[in-house]
Design a protein around this ligand. Sequence first.
Ligand code: ARG
Length: 261
Amino acid sequence: MMKKWNLIGTLALGAMLLSACGDDASKQAGNETAGSGDKKVLEMATSADFPPFESRNTAGEFEGFDIDLANYIADELGYELKINDMKFDGLIGALQSERIDMVLSGMSATEDRKKNVDFSTEYNQSGEMFITLKDSDIKTLEDLKGKKLGVQLGTIQEDGANKIKEETVDFEIKAVDSANVLIQELLSNRIDVAYMDKAVAEGFIAEQDLAGFDDTTSSSPGMAVAFPKGSELTEKVNEVLKEAEENGKLQELKDKWLSEE
Ligand code: ARG
C-alpha cells in the first residue's frame, strides 16, 4: 500500500517538475522568437557574396560552407537559425551593437578584430590570391605597379593592399561593397586586379574564365565564427567545433564545398 502511494507521489512530483521546465522553456522562446515555432532563435549574419562559403542560389536561398556549418551549430545547440544578409563591412558593428548573435562570413580572426569581437577556434585556413583577366600581363607582385587593384571593403585584403602599397609597390586601390561587384569591376575593366581569399578566388577564376596568382607575402589567420564580446556562445560553439572536428563533420563540409576542382 505504502509503496503504491510513494509511486503516485513520485509521478506527481515528476509531472510538476516537467511542467515547470516546460513553462520556463516556452517563456524563454516567447521572448526570443517572433512567433516562429517554439525554439530559441539564433541570429546569424553573413555577407552572402563569397562562394563557396556563402552565397545565394538562383532561388535566392543561402548556401555554402558557412551556411551548412551555421546550421549544424544551431542544430547542435538546439536553436532555430535565422540568417541575415549584410555588407561585410557592417558585420563587426552588428555584433558590437548585439543586433546579431554570431557571424560566419569567411571572416579571418585577426588581432585587430579581436579588439572588438570574440572569435571561436579557427575552422578553415585560406591564403590570398590576385585575380586578373585571362590575357592580362600582370603575373607577379611587381607587375601591380601603377595598376588599379580592387578589394572588398572592410576585408583583410583591404588592409593587406594598403600594406603592400606602402612597403613594396605602388598602385591605386579601389574598395567596393561586395565580392560579386569586385568581379564585375574586373570583367568590365574598371580595375586591373582583384585581391581576395584564395578559395573564393579559385571559384571565380574557374567560373568566369579568369587568371590569377598566389600572394606569397600574406600570412593571414584562419577563419572563425565571431561573437559579441563576452558572449556565452563562444565556448558552446567551440565545443561544437571540437566535436565536428572529431566526428568528421568538418571534413565532410570541406569535401563538399572546398575540395579543389
Ligand atoms: N577573409 C577575409 C576577411 O576576413 C574576407 C572575408 C570576406 N567575406 C565575405 N563574406 N565577403 O577579411
